[in-house]
Design a protein around this ligand. Structure first.
Ligand SMILES: [Zn+2]
Length: 570
């Protein structure tokens, strides 16, 4: 009786607290690598999960990778129709945009959000998913390849036995039909901060269309390995035109012509990738999600979207009224407080979440982030413990290893910190922040050659802070080497040498230190007398002169002037 009354109360509360879009039947589909929350039914949820499993498999075949990393946790949410997705779509002037799907990026979590009514037509989402795959697995790629591959992947068509790649994006057809191609040498030097890349991010420019075309050419002609050789040469600081010649076996002008001819004659080709047998039989688990559970997961999506953060806090509070122990709501509210710097409130919510589910990696992740931000030495051991738990519970999460590295670095455990950052960089090869920190750790370990490799690769970064730091470190390492050379030389005992010649100048501007310039048959010799007043046997007049002399001096290394011992006027 009491229980029934309780249920009834919950139902009434839910109606008053939960928005209409949460009142659907929600199911969480789990495949080996993805989790799809959907209100569109289990079958559609499975289709979406399978589609992403297959895309992942196609990527591993294209890049010949046995293992595909996913360095930031990914949640897929598939809404059944446009009305449902509109409550989450990015806004313009306070109104939700009409979207078939969108991608929400975060340091802690990424979201792919789809409208199932759009019938597998999610080029924007596939474009962003391709970026995720590239950044977690390849890294260090120039924008033309990054965007070109994302565009190439965005039109993927997946069948039951094979996937077809290379279809031309609609806008690219008109752009490439109307505009003159830019030289490859120009396309290849477009950087993250180039105006051509930032002018128009709507994927409808010549930059995107031509990047797609070059990537299409590379895959259609099995020349990905040449592109990878080219990136490697650039990493070794081979000038671009030489690198093009060596990697693509052609000069850039001929390469321009090849690309133009390829487009004229083919319009871009498609390639077919056979899907591995058995993938269609992978197991899926379908777990029914309560409305409160769905509300919490969807509030977490809102929390990660700039347009909906206030709303997310209200939704989490509504969830807690219905289920005071809800882990996602406590975790989310904690993260909200953490972002606004209210550490005590954040900590209280993380504690409640961890008491309920000690194996939720995100709770430990946020907890470690909080401790990293507080910067109190007394918290370092706990930061290390929390970060270590993240690496155990979510071993592909690159930032978990970076936090562990940060904790160990704070505790001055340099060797273990370097190992943690090496892991972070393995999971997220393009992350320049991890690379720079690892470079610094190598310097403190005395591994200057390893550090040099890292900072050389970062010195031309598009991120000004990173490139400035890298150049600074390279200069510091060079200065340290010069000092080491000088000190090694100064440890060798100076050699007594002698010479004859014509004394032409005595510089007394830094008296009592004087510098003598003597012309000898082999060149100009400069000798220094540290304190002329103490040199009782030598009487010198300052300024220009001309007299033949014989000198004895202590021959030192090139970094210092040799010191005069005796001088006889002849
Ligand atoms: Zn992109």
């Amino acid at each position: 009786m009491f229980r029934r009354a309780g249920l009834l109360l919950s139902a009434v509360l839910l109606c008053s607290l939960a928005p209409a879009w949460a009142e659907e039947h929600w199911v969480d589909i789990r495949s080996p690598h993805f989790s799809v929350l959907t209100d569109g039914g289990e079958d559609r949820g499975r289709e979406v999960a399978l589609q992403f499993e297959l895309m992942r498999s196609v990527f591993s075949q294209l890049f010949l990778r046995d293992h595909v990393n996913q360095s930031i946790p990914l949640q897929i949410i598939a809404f059944k129709n446009a009305e449902q997705i509109s409550h989450f779509a990015p806004q313009f002037r306070g109104q939700p945009l009409t979207v078939a799907g969108f991608f929400q990026q975060g340091q802690d979590k990424n979201y792919i959000v789809l409208n199932l009514d759009a019938n597998n037509s999610w080029p924007t989402v596939f474009h962003e998913y391709a970026h995720l795959l590239l950044h977690s697995n390849v890294g260090g790629l120039p924008p033309w390849f990054d965007e070109g591959f994302a565009e190439y992947f965005s039109t993927i068509k997946i069948g039951t036995k094979e996937a077809v790649l290379g279809g031309i994006p609609e806008y690219a057809l008109s752009v490439l039909g109307q505009e003159k191609l830019m030289p490859v040498s120009e396309l290849f030097t477009v950087g993250q901060s180039s105006p051509i890349y930032n002018d128009d991010r709507n994927h409808r420019t010549l930059f995107y269309a031509q990047s797609w075309l070059v990537v299409n050419y590379l895959f259609s002609n099995a020349r990905l390995k040449d592109a990878i050789a080219y990136f490697k040469l650039l990493g070794e600081h081979v000038p671009m035109n030489d690198a093009i010649q060596r990697a693509f076996h052609t000069d850039s002008a001929t390469f321009d012509k090849t690309i133009a001819d390829f487009y004229r004659s083919t319009g871009g080709r498609t390639i077919t990738v056979t899907l591995p047998m058995g993938l269609e039989k992978i197991s899926f688990a379908g777990i029914s999600v309560s409305q409160v559970g769905a509300l919490a997961i969807l509030a977490d999506l809102h929390l990660h979207e700039p347009d909906y953060q206030q709303q997310a806090v209200k939704e989490f509070k509504a969830v807690l009224k219905l289920d005071s122990e809800n882990v996602i709501a406590h975790r989310g509210l904690g993260y909200g407080f953490l972002r606004s710097g209210e550490f005590d409130e954040a900590m209280a919510h993380f504690q409640r979440a961890a008491e309920k589910d000690a194996r939720d990696p995100m709770v430990h992740y946020y907890w470690a982030v909080l401790m990293a931000q507080k910067q109190q030495p007394s918290l370092w051991p706990q930061m290390e413990r929390e970060a270590r738990l993240v690496t155990q519970l979510s071993p592909e999460m690159a930032d978990g290893f970076a936090l562990l590295g940060f904790a160990l670095m704070s505790e001055r455990q340099t060797d273990d910190a370097a190992k943690a950052y090496e892991n972070a960089l393995r999971l997220s090869p393009g992350n320049e922040g991890y690379a720079a920190t690892l470079g610094d750790l190598y310097i403190s370990q005395g591994r200057t050659e390893n550090a040099k490799l890292i900072f050389v690769s970062l010195q031309n970064s598009d991120r000004l802070l990173i490139s400035a730091l890298a150049r600074n470190r390279l200069e510091e390492m060079e200065a340290d080497r010069a000092i080491a050379r000088a000190s090694a030389a100064s440890n060798q005992s100076p050699r007594l040498a002698s010479a004859r010649g014509r004394l032409v100048h005595v510089d007394c501007t830094n008296s009592p230190r004087v510098t003598l310039t003597i012309l000898t048959t082999t060149g100009t010799l400069q000798l220094v007398l540290p304190d002329v007043a103490k040199a009782v046997k030598i009487t010198l007049s300052c300024g220009s002169q001309s007299q033949n002399v014989a000198v004895k001096y202590l021959d030192s290394d090139e970094s210092r002037l040799a010191e005069l011992v005796s001088l006889e006027i002849e």
